[in-house]
Design a protein around this ligand. Structure first.
Ligand code: IPE
Ligand code: IPE
Ligand code: MG
Length: 246
């Protein structure tokens, strides 16, 4: 294991390409999703061993309900099975699991298991894994706006107290720092309604690797690319160098 300085504190991943991975093998798309669960297990393990503090993965978008009914129900079965099979192991490894998205759209049995997993792992110190399900960046900003408007109308918040930091308190990832590195597998170069607000200054890394093939080496390649970037946050390159040398 190499990967030296300046690890990203928070990595966000769009786990894309499961369907194409299966198609290349003449298998049903759901085989790709199954292989995708393994890739996620591998990725969580490796992030934890590298010392990454927060990992946020896009597992099901608010737009994925537009897929064929058969694929959605297989995804829900897989999701349920993963909740049964994986949570204890994550807990044993000190990983805190959270779900972000509009969870009310899921069957009660899935909602219960998600909430049990969150409660069981809540105090775990090693790493936070946020799993985005029925998540959309626009949904997130809208629900934050609604909750903030409610706080104003109840009188617990005054409009002149609202600034970016205050607004962000109502977003789904209020407890996590913004992602440093955003990885999308599967070759598409788009954000597909993932963390719109939170990725304002995130470094993007796109790879052709299909999600089920994503492994320790491809993760380390993404981290190495991140480490070669100069993050300027609006400043000049010289200013950044002066700060580093100070
Ligand atoms: C990502 O893989 C998984 C989900 C969106 C649930 P895809 O299923 O989108 O795979 P491709 O993009 O069709 O290959
Ligand atoms: C994004 O992938 C959502 C997830 C990986 C969960 P999609 O496959 O749904 O994205 P588009 O439709 O190609 O943009
Ligand atoms: Mg896709």
């Amino acid at each position: 294991m190499k990967v030296p300085s300046l690890l990203p504190g928070h990595i966000a991943i769009i786990m894309d390409g499961n369907g194409r991975w299966a198609k290349k093998r003449n298998r049903p798309r759901t085989m790709g999703h199954q292989a995708g669960v393994k890739a996620l297990r591998r990725t969580i393990k490796h992030c934890a061993s590298l010392g990454i503090k927060t990992l946020t993965v896009f597992a099901f978008s608010s737009e994925n309900w537009n897929r064929p009914d058969g694929e959605i129900s297989r995804l829900m079965e897989l999701f349920l099975r993963a909740l049964d099979k994986e949570v204890d192991e994550l807990h044993k490894n000190g990983i805190c699991v959270r779900f972000i998205g509009d969870l009310t759209a899921f069957k009660p049995v899935i909602q219960t298991k998600m909430s049990e997993a969150q409660t069981l792992t809540a105090g775990n110190p090693h790493m936070v894994v946020n799993i985005a399900v029925n998540y959309g960046g626009r949904w997130d900003i809208t629900q934050a706006g609604i909750r903030l408007a409610n706080a104003v109308s109840e009188g617990s918040l005054s409009p002149d107290q609202v600034d970016e930091a205050q607004f962000a308190q109502y977003l789904a990832l209020a407890d996590s720092p913004d992602p440093d590195l955003f990885i999308r597998t599967g070759g598409e170069m788009r954000i597909s309604n993932f963390l719109l607000w939170q990725s304002a200054y995130t470094e993007f890394y796109f790879t052709e690797t299909l999600w089920p093939d994503f492994d320790e080496q491809t993760l380390e390649q993404a981290i190495a690319a991140y480490q070669s970037r100069e993050r300027r946050f609006g400043r000049t390159g010289d200013q950044v160098k002066d700060t580093v040398n100070a």
